[in-house]
Design a binder for this molecule. Structure first.
Ligand SMILES: [Zn+2]
Length: 71
């Protein structure tokens, strides 16, 4: 009998099921979830859409927490 190496894991950010193998963002399902978890999503790719307003690190952390609660 052959054993499968394709471990299934759940993304810590969005709780979506993903695979451990062949997943460059593991244990996350995607780069987005990885960045959210690391609190780096304000680092260019994700920005608060308010002109002239820059969020502080604490505000970003708060947003990340709120975003997680949605899922
Ligand atoms: Zn995810």
């Amino acid at each position: 009998m052959s054993k499968s190496n394709h471990r299934k894991i759940k993304c810590p950010t969005c709780k979506k099921e993903t695979t451990w193998n062949d997943n460059p963002f593991r244990p996350f399902c995607s780069e987005r979830c990885k960045l959210i978890d690391l609190g780096q999503w304000a680092d260019g790719s994700y920005r608060v859409e308010t002109p002239g307003y820059s969020a502080t690190a604490e505000e970003i952390e708060e947003s990340v927490r709120n975003e997680k609660d949605k899922y």
